[in-house]
Design a protein around this ligand. Sequence first.
Ligand code: SAM
Ligand code: SF4
Length: 333
Amino acid sequence: MQILEDRYGRLHDYLRISVTDRCNLRCLYCMPEEGVQFAASETLLSYDDIVEIVKVGASLGIKKLRITGGEPLIRPNLHELIGQLSAIPQIEDIALTTNGIYLESQAEKLRKAGLNRVNISLDTLDPTRFKFIARNGDLKKVLAGIEAAAKVGFSPIKLNCVLLKGINEDEIAQFLRLAYEQPLHVRFIEYMPIGHADEGWKQHYLPLSTVLDIAQKEGYNISEKNEIQGNGPSENWEFSGGVGSFGLIHPISDHFCKNCNRLRLTSDGLIKPCLYWMDELDMKSAIGNSDELRNVYYKAMQIKPQNHEMAEKLLDIAQTHVPTERRMSQIGG
Ligand code: SAM
Ligand code: SF4
């Protein structure tokens, strides 16, 4: 079988698929409150387009998928896409990243269609602060979504918590307690300077070593754990005597690119070899021609850079080429 291997010997078996750049929230680290230009709906890949792109990727070694956005659950009948993707024989794992607001009503349909896992974004356990960070939405709905996901049997359930200095850092101990007491995996994520989302970025950037300091201060006996089921670059920890676990995703303060196995497909049909840089390739124009689609995958391997340079940005060091202007919501996280 043919494989997707880049110039640095990294094998790619994981595709993240953004199904929309639209969202019902406006998280302050991801999108501005107003004035976001969304892709016109006629430019979005249809579910059939996505399935065609994935089938060719699967013939080249793609085995794992993540559906993301914008908010993927605002795309009508997402379970139908999941059903079609899960029928592709080489696809072993399909995960979803969602803000959870619409999960309660869709969890069962998604599970039945073949979705294996969910990550739910949750940056605060305080309803007022939720409205400040997400600029909209209701924390209660997210909590109901988490409960529904557990009820229909998703496991492991991962919570994505972007840490923001001066905004939610005082909740680290509470999130650790949640991971200690509940069968949840809490992933603490460093705030990344992606696209235009970096206005005020440095002011709220918090290195994740803070989490380990707080775990120690709170008296937890923790130890490093092997990769829990998933595809992430997360460093994972478990508690002695605890039910859940936690992970640290530190793209900036630690090396993150060494084992990168992922490609990203945007909702308007571009392949991004790296989250951070501007480079993207037009996959949409190749639809209908599997040789052409294969060539775009190969080209992505040829141009994939060795590293992002987010740490350089923190230190005000000049970067080697042009960072993306897309926001996280336009790439898919
Ligand atoms: N709307 C869905 C959600 O929020 O889960 C999926 C898309 S969202 C872009 C995917 C992930 O990216 C979320 O967990 C979000 O917290 C994270 N994210 C967005 N902007 C970020 C940033 N600037 N730094 C770090 N993580 C970010
Ligand atoms: Fe929407 Fe997710 Fe971005 Fe928040 S992080 S604005 S929920 S896409």
